[in-house]
Design a protein around this ligand. Structure first.
Ligand SMILES: Cc1cc2nc3c(=O)[nH]c(=O)nc-3n(C[C@H](O)[C@H](O)[C@H](O)COP(=O)(O)O)c2cc1C
Ligand SMILES: CCCCC(=O)C(=O)O
Length: 370
């Protein structure tokens, strides 16, 4: 079945015309520990910087006199048509950032034409989010040591309306989040992940143990393997994607299993100095060879970043921190405005590249500038 979303209608806030503007607005309203949890990465945050630099270091080579008059930014993923190739990456605990939490996110995303990926660690329950959703959404799964709980989460997500299951494979343990350690950050007791309530020790409760500080959750199974992905596909009846792939050999294996490839280094929050996914994207796209969708996240802040990723072989991109900035700054309307701004930038980039649609974004359009 093909579903479609309306094109974004809400004009950006006059003073907030870029994703970076939403960052500044969020920094002004968020308590420092919540801002640091959102903004931070692992250790020296080199990978956080590399993610952004990977896009900065690629230059565009626009052809001229192409006769392109209209641009079409539509993209279809697993039968769902989106007005632009942009998803919201899963981020935990939206209640830290706005009182309406994920309910605001899913509403704002649908109005802005993006598909939301809901984290296992959402503040609201999957049922509450499903009831609030006015557009398509996927479920991000952290496989739990307790496989019955894992199965139940997937079943609940599907019953609540999720149309794909994104399994995060890059977090056997949580990275060294030094901002959080310095802040003694732990989730407030009224913002615990509702989906896991009643299922063992809450994250961050054992503040004396550094490994359990911040938002590390001991219920996550560090021993997830490829067979678990196949098992999930069989029990969920949903398309399954693996989130956190950066290597072409892993991407090839996922494609052979029919598992979608979501390239990511977790926004630089796990293994510092892990490579920026954009660097390995061409090799990953070659290894996958169109068998499954290839998504990418990490450091995407501009429409030109989106077109670079698509030119190098991604089918769509996801943003993490930027939409959380917009949620913090303006709730559902903020999310819609940020997505509208990004969509406009994508349209403009296509027009200036003479690319009538996303299929016209080819590797010859990008080059290292030196
Ligand atoms: C505050 C925050 C919470 C996150 N929570 C999750 C999560 O629950 N599950 C997950 O798979 N990834 C999580 N991520 C990683 C994002 O899905 C994504 O990979 C990353 O943010 C992309 O990089 P960007 O923030 O530079 O766009 C989180 C990221 C942030 C910033
Ligand atoms: C155990 C990790 C929880 C959320 C997360 O993925 C993140 O903060 O990056």
């Amino acid at each position: 079945m093909t579903t479609s979303l309306p094109r974004p209608a809400t004009p950006p806030h006059p003073q907030r015309i870029t994703l970076a503007d939403f960052h500044d607005a969020a920094r002004d309203v968020l308590p420092a520990p919540a801002y640091d949890y959102l903004q931070g990465g692992a250790a020296d945050e080199r990978t956080v910087r590399w993610n952004a630099e990977a896009y900065e270091r690629l230059a565009l080579l626009p052809p001229v006199l192409t006769g392109t008059t209209d641009v079409d930014t539509r993209c279809t993923l697993y039968g769902t048509e989106l007005p632009a190739p942009v998803l919201l990456a899963p981020t935990a605990s939206h209640g830290l950032f706005h009182p309406d939490a994920e309910a605001a996110t899913v509403r704002g995303a649908a109005a802005g034409g993006a598909l939301t990926t809901v984290s296992t660690f959402s503040t609201l329950t999957l049922e509450e989010i499903g009831a609030a959703a006015t557009g398509p959404w996927w479920f991000q799964l952290y496989v739990q040591r307790d496989r019955a709980l894992t199965e139940d989460l997937v079943r609940r997500a599907r019953a609540a309306g999720a149309t794909a299951c994104v399994v995060t494979v890059d977090t056997p343990v949580t990275g060294l989040r030094e901002r959080d350690l310095r802040n003694g950050f732990a989730l407030p007791s009224h913002r615990m992940p509702a989906n896991l309530a009643g299922h063992g020790a809450e994250p961050g409760r054992n503040a004396a143990d550094p490994a359990h500080r911040g938002i590390h959750d001991p219920r996550i199974d560090p021993a997830v393997g490829w067979s678990d992905l196949e098992w999930l596909r069989s029990i969920s009846g949903l398309p399954v994607l693996a989130k956190g792939i950066v290597r072409p050999d892993d991407a090839r294996r996922a494609a052979e299993f029919g598992i979608g490839v979501w390239m990511s280094n977790h926004g630089g929050r796990n293994l510092d100095t892990a490579i920026a996914p954009l660097v390995t994207l061409p090799a990953v796209a070659e290894a996958v060879a169109g068998r499954v969708p290839v998504l990418i996240d990490g450091g995407i802040r501009r429409g030109t970043d989106v077109v670079k990723a698509l030119a190098l072989g991604a089918d769509a991109v996801a943003i993490g921190r930027p939409y959380v900035w917009s949620l913090a700054a303006g709730g559902a309307e903020g999310v819609t405005a940020a997505l509208s701004a990004l969509h406009r930038e994508i349209e403009l980039a296509l027009a200036l590249l003479g690319a009538p649609d996303l299929a016209a974004l080819t590797p010859d359009l990008v080059r290292p500038p030196w």
